[in-house]
Design a protein. Structure first.
Length: 635
């Protein structure tokens, strides 16, 4: 295990140096007591700017400790057919996301603000890099510039996948024209892909596990962005047929090619494979903290308390062993966390959040155990701990996965490697009296893990690992001590994208072999299933569904609309009563209708539309006068 398994310490040095205005498009990301003429003045200053650009990701991953987490991949999980909104009666935002509704005009504003903050920090990094004399250190200069381009592309990609057509900000000097929303299809995606191409050509191979982007991360994100553009906007339902068009690029440093083709994307992905830099972990469970060696040791100490699911693992494959877990061999790009969280809600003027350095997703996925008001009773939840219980896995995911296993006569380790089967793994588990949309399953990936079933202490397993010191959230380790990397790009994704783009089964077969399932020939359906099983709860499913909607686009008969509507009628527990399940129903007029109306985009915050003074319009399907858009209490 790396010392504390955390390597993003540099973000602290710069995360609080910057100020902003309320209007995110007028952000000044420069240091308040320095001028553009004097800062940055040396390479270390640019490294500080770079750290500040990355620190936006910690706010994204640690996010708001109130109603909702800022992580857009968590939002997309809740919007997919693999999760319900769930949580308690008061958790309106989670359920709003799942039902494509809103309880307030600015409910989804924080990520809009957050990612424009990231864009502006990246713009400042790009614009000021040559304030420094890089003579003799050109490779460092190019790496830092490439990271600036990459991060601008990354934040812009998140913005447009969440909100659609938005203003494209490519400078810290914001003109009135730049505040005008533009076409994502025709203007924004060419810029995103150009930024990733610049990053690819300027960055080097980097240091594995250091939290920074490198050329391979850029190549992988070129594929992700291009595939979404080709599928969602150009209606290419099956990429392996090779019919996706080329996209024109924007000329800038590091990007001189006129266009990007599907063949180019395939070439870049194959470069990742041929580099030998990444490989799949031998055991799928090695990716997740429940496989840590301390818990494994309990399973073999003969004292009668053991988590049987990991007992058959080779100890060298445990999460905290070399090459596994944080910084593992298949991690290409990720959010890292460190022991610096403290109490407080909301986002400050510099886009930081007091709890941003802990992976708060572990708390949001956590179990809401309600037996005799004993939240987190270790005898009832071992080896997992308590949390908010939002985003419970859907019945659809479990049922569809089970049918696939039965039809193929196999057991997929990823199913129980991703989901807690409450009825069979935690037989004494009971629900809180206000629990809603409970399916009988909970998320095992990223789940809060504890040790020793004979204690009710709320300490996480991190408390007993080498090099640990208590979080600054003193006395509440259940909320503060979560440091599992959040994966943004894994090597498994590179392999599955390659099969989807080329029809060559060999790449998909590697992922299937690791899971212990039968190897199959290429078909779009096989790729769709493999992506769903491999990346459950990692936030990729929803945008995969959108791009697979194909030529019939956003109608009620599209792949996404039909998959979402299949949730209708599933039996769920509400108000904690297992004996009286109810049929799942949509909050207003059906998932298929809401998807067709919104195209899967969230509403732009009304406050930001007002600030733009007519230059930005609300997305289709989010008219505030339409009752179908409004949150409705179901339970």
């Amino acid at each position: 295990m790396k010392k504390y398994i955390l390597s993003s310490l540099a973000v602290l040095s710069a995360a609080t140096l910057f100020t902003s205005c309320n209007d995110m498009l007028d952000t000044d990301p420069r240091v308040t007591q320095m001028t553009a003429a004097t800062f940055p003045g040396k390479p270390a200053d640019v490294e500080a700017l770079n750290a500040a650009t990355y620190s936006i990701m910690n706010t994204m991953g640690g996010g708001d400790a109130g109603e909702i987490l800022n992580n857009p991949y968590y939002w997309w999980s809740l919007m997919s057919d693999d999760n319900y909104g769930s949580g308690g009666l008061q958790d309106k935002v989670a359920k709003s996301l799942h039902h494509f509704t809103t309880a307030s005009a600015n409910q989804y504003e924080q990520d809009f603000i957050l990612f424009y903050g990231g864009v502006n920090r990246a713009n400042n990094q790009i614009e000021t890099i040559d304030n420094v004399d890089w003579a003799g250190n050109e490779a460092k200069r190019n790496q830092l510039l490439g990271e600036g381009y990459f991060m601008r592309g990354f934040y812009t990609l998140l913005l447009t996948q969440l909100y659609g057509d938005v203003p494209l900000i490519t400078s810290t000097t914001i003109t009135e024209d730049m505040k005008q929303q533009v076409s994502a299809e025709e203007v924004i995606y060419p810029q995103i892909l150009s930024d990733f191409v610049s990053g690819m050509n300027l960055m080097g191979e980097g240091v594995q596990g250091d939290g920074h982007a490198n050329k391979y991360a850029a190549e992988a994100f070129i594929a992700r962005a291009y595939m979404f553009w080709a599928g969602f906007y150009k209606g290419v339902g099956e990429l392996a047929k090779g019919s996706a068009p080329s996209i024109d690029l924007v000329e800038q440093e590091g990007c001189t090619a006129g266009s990007l083709s599907q063949a180019d994307v395939v070439k870049y992905l194959k470069e990742i494979v041929s580099s030998g830099r990444y490989k799949l972990c031998e055991d799928f469970r090695s990716l997740w903290q429940y496989s840590n060696s301390l818990l494994w040791d309990e399973a073999h100490d003969g004292e009668g308390h053991a988590y049987a699911f990991i007992a058959d693992m080779d100890r060298k494959n445990c999460f905290d062993q070399p090459g596994m877990g944080n910084g593992n061999t298949e991690e290409i790009f990720q959010i890292q966390f460190l022991n610096a969280s403290n109490w407080g809600d909301g986002m400050s003027s510099d886009y930081t959040n007091p709890r941003m350095y802990a992976n708060y997703l572990s708390c949001f996925w956590g179990l809401r155990n309600g037996a005799s008001n004993q939240n987190g009773n270790r005898n009832l939840t071992y080896p997992f701990n308590q949390g908010w219980g939002q985003g419970t896995p859907s019945c659809n995911l479990w049922d569809d996965w089970t049918v696939a296993e039965q039809n193929g006569n196999y057991t997929d380790i990823r199913k129980l490697g991703s989901m807690i089967d409450l009825e069979n793994e935690l037989v004494s588990y009971t629900y809180e009296k206000d629990d809603c949309e409970e399916s009988g399953y909970s998320v095992k990936k990223y789940a809060d893990v504890n040790l020793d079933a004979n204690t009710n202490e709320n300490w996480t397993w991190w408390a007993k690992c080498e090099g640990y010191s208590s979080s600054s959230l003193a006395g509440n380790e259940m909320q503060g001590d979560h440091f599992e990397d959040f994966y943004l790009m894994r090597y498994a994704d590179v392999l599955l994208m390659l099969t989807e783009l080329t029809g060559d089964k060999q790449y998909m077969n590697q992922v299937q072999r690791r899971a212990g399932v039968p190897e199959t020939d290429y078909s779009l359906k096989n790729v769709q299933n493999e992506r769903r099983w491999e990346f459950a709860f990692e936030g990729l499913r929803f945008n995969d569904m959108r791009r697979w909607s194909g030529v019939d686009g956003h109608s009620k008969t599209s792949y996404a609309a039909k998959a979402l509507q299949a949730q209708q009628g599933k039996l769920v527990v509400v108000r904690g009563d297992k004996s009286n399940k109810v049929r799942m129903q949509h909050m207003t007029n059906g998932w298929d209708n809401r998807y067709a109306e919104t195209k899967g985009f969230l509403p732009k915050p009304q406050s930001q539309i007002t600030l733009m003074n007519g230059k930005m319009e609300q997305n289709p399907g989010w008219d505030i006068d339409n009752p179908d858009t409004q949150y409705k209490t179901l339970y």
